[in-house]
Design a protein. Sequence first.
Length: 282
Amino acid sequence: MTADLPVLPAVGLTALGVAALRAAETERPERLFADPLAAAFVRAAGPRDHATVDARRRRRRASLAAWVVVRTRFLDDLVLDACARGCCQVVILGAGLDARAFRLVWPDKVRVFEIDLPEVLEFKEQVVRAEGWRPSCERIPVPADLAGNWTPPLDEQGFEAGRKVAWLAEGLLAYLSPEASDSLVVRAAERSALGSRLGLTLASSHRLQAWREAHPEGAGEPGDYVALWRSAGAEQAVEWLASHGWHAEVFDIAERAASYGRRLDPDAVGAGGARLVDAERR
C-alpha cells in the first residue's frame, strides 16, 4: 500500500508521530480515548527510521505522549460539548490524521470540515478508502494552506459563515508565523455566530527559546518536531484571544490530566508551558 501513497511534507510527517501516540493510548486498559484508526495510518506509512533512544529522547517522548493524549481528550470533550450546544459545523484546522469524523459519536446533521495540505489529505483519503472506513457525520475534506487564504476553499465546500461553529486547531499554531496565527483566529471569529467555540493548543515559548539557544544553526535531530516550529503561543493567551473576539479559558496539562484521573509521570510534565484553550465567541 505504501508505494502508491503521496509523500508527506515535513509537517505532515509529524501527524504520523501523533497517530502512533494515539494508537499506543488506544491499547491502554485505562485509556482516555479510543482511536482505532490511528494504527492503520502508521502501518500505511511503512517502516520508519528510529534514532537511538537515549534517556533524553525517552523524556522527550514521554512529555510529547502525555501532551498528545491529554490534548486529544480535551478537544474531544470540547467539540462534543459545542455540538450539544448547537454548533452543527465543525472545522478542524490542520486536520492531519485526525480521526474524529470517524471515531466520535456525533449528533445528527453535524458537518465536519477537515482543512490541510493536499498531500496530507490525499494520504489520508487513500488509507480511509483502503480500510473501508465510514464517517459518523458528514465529512468534508478541504485542501488548503493555512498559512495563506484558506477561507475561499472552505466556503466552496459549503461552509456557512455566520452560523455557530466549533473550530479546532490542535498542534497547529506552532507551525505558523505569529502573523498567520493572528489571521487564523481573526478569520474564525469573523465567520462565527455568537456561541461558537474555538479549541486551541498553544506551545511553550520557553521550549522554543531553549531549542533555539541549543541549535543556533537552526538544524535539529531526526524526529525533532520543535525544529519545525515557527512560533509559540502568546504568553498572555486570554488577552491575545480577547483582542481577536474570543473569550477564553486556559488550562495546563497537569490540571487537565488530573481531571481525567490520569497521574502524569514527572518526566511528562516536561510539556510545562504548553496550554489548552477553550474559547467562545461572545
